[in-house]
Ligand binder design. Structure first.
Ligand code: RIB
Ligand code: CA
Length: 335
């Protein structure tokens, strides 16, 4: 592989774009990846998260069809977190809206493109291309932890794991005060990944909450798109998600007019590392305490007590304008 060839990338994701009451950011991250010559997207591996993995697989397949990229493999992975059930997390969302969300439509769900488990696909691709595959994980880390458990060499066969998880500099203020969704849903998995020995970069919610997609962005997307096109549909999805967030998080002013672009920032930071500032850290995940479940502690050695060995590089700053212009210019390619 020469330096100029596209980077081999697998996106481990929990896409909900188009599903009522589901975060749209994985979908936009996939769109960004597929419109970036810097990436050779080898496959999408689907994990339980924003939606269950059956629905996430269907969402991914339909999104790829919209984008004319049915050639990309879609592999289904974990249906549940490693240890705790998912239902209590879903119940938090239902409670925030004062009742259960509309059930997923009764349409037939599209299945994966192969029966290979997502974790086995990750292990196999990393082994077949040692030192080349970058796995960008933008859902709970269950599939990655299973890959490490099934084959510990996965950690050293990959070129890098780039994770959307936790928060390096502040509290997440997301599912709980300390737990971002991805870390909170499966902290045991995240801890396994962090201890795996892989080269790891982490972009946390403290950074991803700086980048937003607004109602004005959605209107601009619609105005340059034909009726029935991807852009018009994506604009509808964006407005529906902002409406949902406004109800679920009534105390957050920003959700009256915008949603976060958590996952797209992570992909952009792989292609343009200068979009973020970085620091090495000893990253650990709280799995025992109820109060602090899913807390990610990134110790950069600034405190009195010495950190353990550094196991990750974490984002500690974001050039919001550089991200926005990069993201919006790539998105404009698919209107
Ligand atoms: O906490 C942010 C993460 O959970 C993102 O990956 C997003 O998709 C979400 O719901
Ligand atoms: Ca996600």
């Amino acid at each position: 592989m020469s330096d100029s060839s596209p980077m081999r990338v697998i996106i481990d994701t929990d896409p909900g774009l188009g599903e009522p009451g589901s975060d749209i950011d994985d979908g936009f991250a996939i769109v960004l990846a597929l419109n970036s010559p810097e990436f050779d997207v080898m496959g999408l591996t689907i994990v339980n998260g924003n939606v269950d993995a059956l629905v996430g697989t269907d969402v991914a397949r339909r999104l790829l069809t919209r984008l004319g990229r049915e050639d990309i493999p879609v592999l289904r992975g974990a249906l549940d977190p490693l240890v705790r059930p998912m239902q209590p997390v879903r119940a938090l969302f239902d409670a925030a809206l004062g009742g259960a969300a509309e059930p997923t439509s009764s349409k037939d769900l599209l299945g994966p493109t192969s029966s290979e488990h997502a974790a086995d696909f990750l292990v196999r691709q990393a082994a077949e291309h040692p030192g080349e595959v970058v796995v960008i994980a933008i859902g709970p880390m269950t599939n990655l932890a299973l890959a490490v458990q099934r084959n510990p060499a996965f950690a050293t066969n990959v070129r890098e794991l780039v994770l959307m998880a936790g928060a390096a500099e502040t509290y997440a203020q997301n599912i709980t005060v300390v737990g971002d969704f991805n870390a909170y849903v499966d902290p045991e998995a995240l801890e396994i990944v962090m201890r795996s020995g892989a080269k790891i970069r982490m972009v946390g919610l403290d950074q991803t909450s700086k980048v937003m997609l607004t109602r004005d962005d959605a209107a601009a997307m619609r105005s340059r798109s034909a009726v029935g096109s991807f852009g018009a549909w994506a604009a509808d999805c964006t407005e529906a998600w902002i409406d949902y967030l406004g109800k679920a998080f009534p105390n957050r002013e920003e959700h009256r007019h915008a949603c976060f672009l958590h996952d797209p920032l992570v992909l952009a930071a792989v292609m343009r590392p200068n979009i973020c500032q970085w620091a090495d850290a000893d990253v650990r995940v709280e799995t025992v305490s109820e109060l602090a479940r899913g807390l990610v502690v990134a110790d950069r050695g600034l405190a009195l007590a010495p950190p353990g060995p550094f196991n990750a590089t974490v984002a500690i700053g974001t050039d919001v304008e550089a991200f926005r212009s990069f993201f919006l210019s790539r998105l404009a390619l698919v209107s």
